[in-house]
Write a protein that binds this ligand. Structure first.
Ligand SMILES: *Cc1c(COP(=O)(O)O)cnc(C)c1O
Length: 362
């Protein structure tokens, strides 16, 4: 069998979830959208089911998959509904629902929901993607309460630049949020992973408040630079494969498509069963780190669909059949992402073909 595979360590996932709760002192919705960032929404949700305060997903399709698998915890739809017809299912399956736009508010007012909803009312505090305008926020809150269709409202916003440690924008967004909420007393939720790891000012004020960790659950840092709290995360995914061919080249020989690498010295090339069809980033340049039998070395030449090539010149003990870690504990996904001008989020979400193998929990 082809040796490419993604090992998923569910104990590490639980460790990271607990860290999110410990750091913030709040309740945490485990964000498992996009198939848990490529880690498998069902196994990840099941691994957290006995302790998670709830889950968050991007759409009702993802939520229903969790419900069908027996996940009973609260599930928040991070963009609410895309059409009003979803409201019946939201009620039936007891989903929580973001309201980020006036059209959603109006749809709720017009709806005939059988049971009152739990709404997370999203403020646009400066990211300017979704969320209500600060001037409309309290009025929207008032209208939801007055609609009789809503049992509970959580106040929510989202940061655009919390992954930039010295950026004043996060504090500005926080101030916009505080001004917009005014005297409203309610549970709040502001922090994604970078805010949770990097912005204690934004941490919940009350134990009943909420954080929304995503990427940190999977053990990847959202920061470009080393960060003390992020250093406590444990990588959940190890993408690995093996050397399937070895060749010795003299100096001056090209390797792979487009001859993007030409050996500057006699070079021992290892061919790895891993390519962009598995989700490995095609734009990872020569030098992108990999670990072969635990030793770090680098990619050489272009990544192709099913294979990539690595430099074994300084690893004489490595050869045919050697284990290669593309990312995981020895090679952080964030490092590979930086080399490929991507982010760990995208690397994980792109995972495909390479089968996932789970360990940990039960
Ligand atoms: C995806 C998402 C999150 C999680 O973000 P991370 O950076 O992965 O922690 C939190 N909140 C909202 C609204 C999201 O869409």
């Amino acid at each position: 069998m082809r040796p490419a595979r993604a090992l998923i360590d569910l104990d590490a996932l639980r460790h990271n979830y607990r860290l999110a709760r410990e750091l913030s002192g709040a309740r945490a919705l485990a964000v498992v959208k996009a198939d848990a960032y490529g880690h498998g929404a069902l196994p990840c949700a099941q691994a957290l089911a006995d302790e998670a305060d709830g889950f968050a997903v991007a759409c009702i399709e993802e939520a229903l998959e969790l419900r069908a698998a027996g996940i009973r915890a609260p599930i928040l739809l991070l963009e609410g509904f895309f059409e009003a017809a979803e409201l019946a299912l939201i009620v039936e399956h007891e989903l929580w629902c973001v309201v980020h736009s006036l059209w959603q508010l109006e749809a709720i007012e017009r709806s005939a929901v059988a049971r009152p909803l739990t709404v997370w009312l999203k403020l646009d505090s400066g990211m300017h993607r979704v969320g209500l305008h600060p001037e409309d926020y309290r009025a929207a809150h008032q209208r939801l309460l007055a609609s009789g269709k809503v049992a509970k409202i959580v106040l929510m916003s989202h940061f655009a630049r919390a992954d930039e440690p010295d950026c004043p924008r996060t504090a500005e967004q926080l101030a916009v949020f505080q001004a917009a909420r005014g005297e409203l007393v309610a549970e709040t939720s502001l922090c994604n992973s970078p805010a949770l790891l990097g912005w204690p000012q934004a941490w919940p004020a009350q134990p009943g408040d909420w954080v929304r960790p995503g990427i940190m659950l999977y053990g990847a840092t959202p920061f470009e630079q080393p960060q003390a709290r992020a250093a406590r995360l444990e990588p959940v995914m190890t993408l690995e494969s093996r050397i399937i061919a070895v060749r010795e080249l003299p100096a001056g020989e090209p390797v792979g498509y487009g001859a993007r690498f030409v050996s500057a010295r006699p070079t021992r090339v290892g061919v790895v069963a891993m390519g962009y069809a598995d989700g490995y980033p095609r734009h990872a340049p020569s030098g992108t780190p990999v670990a072969v039998e635990g030793q770090r070395t680098g990619l050489i030449g272009r990544v192709s669909m099913d294979m990539l090539t690595v430099d074994l010149t300084d690893l004489p003990q490595a050869g045919l059949g050697s284990r290669v870690e593309l990312w995981g504990r020895q090679v952080p996904a964030s490092e590979v992402a930086a080399a490929a001008e991507s982010i760990p989020y995208q690397l994980f979400c792109n995972l495909k073909r390479a089968p996932r193998h789970y360990s940990g929990v039960a």
